[in-house]
Design a protein around this ligand. Structure first.
Ligand code: 5GP
Length: 198
């Protein structure tokens, strides 16, 4: 499991899309949100866009492993999605903010935690404005949250600075490759070959 956090405007979404396009063993964990889709976003691909009532129903039924309320919307990760991907031996990529990531760290301590930062705060503001109509209040809210999230960077396993897109992408791919060689991941898969006694 690859849990990726990074503030709005860090370029995280584009990096993850590019990463997923080059590695067929990776599946994207599609979150549920009550936010409205942006023009380029597709239901069932970027998010499952649901009403607040539907989100509450999923919560009541215990179908979320973690969830947050931010910018006035709910975001949550589906338990079914994780179980299904893991049973198909797919590696899952999560795009979630720091509170959700902390919760996943508690539940799945062997997952790989990656934080993506833009080169500066000014770059975040620039990217958010470029993305199109955003209310000043939401922009200020997202910038404030960005700064709060950066306080959490230190407990992540890897930090990728998105100063140059293709360089950042190749660092991400290297992290994925290295993580697949970590002992807790690979040893259970191959241990039986060595006929150890216990
Ligand atoms: P956006 O509205 O820009 O798509 O996402 C806002 C923030 O919500 C991003 O930092 C993204 O990583 C986070 N996010 C998206 N889905 C989830 C989720 O299922 N759980 C949590 N905790 N955060 C999420």
């Amino acid at each position: 499991m690859f849990v990726v956090s990074g503030s709005s405007g860090s370029g995280k979404t584009s990096l993850l899309q590019a990463l997923l396009a080059t590695d067929s063993r990776l599946s994207f964990s599609i979150s549920y949100t009550t936010r409205k889709p942006r023009p380029e976003e597709v239901h069932g691909q970027h998010y499952f866009f649901v009403s607040p009532e539907e989100f509450q129903r999923l919560l009541r039924e215990g179908r979320m492993v973690e969830w947050v309320q931010q910018f006035g919307y709910y975001y949550g990760t589906s338990k079914d999605w994780i179980d299904q991907a893991l049973s198909q031996e797919q590696d899952l990529v999560f795009d979630i903010e720091v509170h959700g990531a902390r919760e996943l760290k508690r539940l799945y301590p062997h997952a790989t935690f990656i934080f993506i930062v833009p080169p500066s705060l000014a770059a975040v503001e620039h990217r958010l404005r470029q993305r199109g109509a955003i209310a000043e209040a939401e922009l200020a809210d997202r910038l404030r949250q960005t700064q709060q999230e950066w306080q959490e960077v230190e407990w992540y396993d890897y930090l990728v600075v998105n100063d140059d897109f293709s360089e950042a992408l190749s660092r991400l791919a290297a992290i994925v490759k290295a993580s697949r060689c970590r002992t807790p991941f690979i040893w259970p898969q191959i241990k039986s070959r060595f006929q150890l006694r216990s």
